[in-house]
Ligand binder design. Structure first.
Ligand code: SF4
Ligand code: SF4
Length: 80
């Protein structure tokens, strides 16, 4: 299940796609993102932790979040 805070009718790319149920809430991606466009959600995922979430704007597609994530299937970067 992908999560984001701001969702408009138009999906802006690039952007991260986060599978909330694969996330362990380690916050590495949040700390590493140079654009500070990731946050920790205020709700729990199915594993009982608060997943990382895209703010909905600001991503430049650098994939630093992906490379810092310990979970292989939690983050994908969608590019135009
Ligand atoms: S791809 Fe880069 S800018 Fe986009 S969310 Fe990940 S770390 Fe942030
Ligand atoms: S680095 Fe991966 S596991 Fe850690 S909070 Fe971000 S998406 Fe979740």
């Amino acid at each position: 299940m992908s999560e984001e805070i701001a969702s408009g009718s138009e999906v802006k790319l690039p952007r991260p796609q986060i599978d909330a149920d694969e996330c362990k809430s380690c916050e590495r991606c949040v700390q590493a993102c140079p654009k500070q466009c990731l946050v920790i959600a205020d709700h729990l995922n199915r594993r009982g932790v608060k997943p990382a979430q895209y703010k909905g704007e600001g991503c430049i597609g650098c994939a630093i979040c992906f490379y810092n994530c310990p979970e292989p299937y939690a983050i994908k970067i969608l590019k135009p």
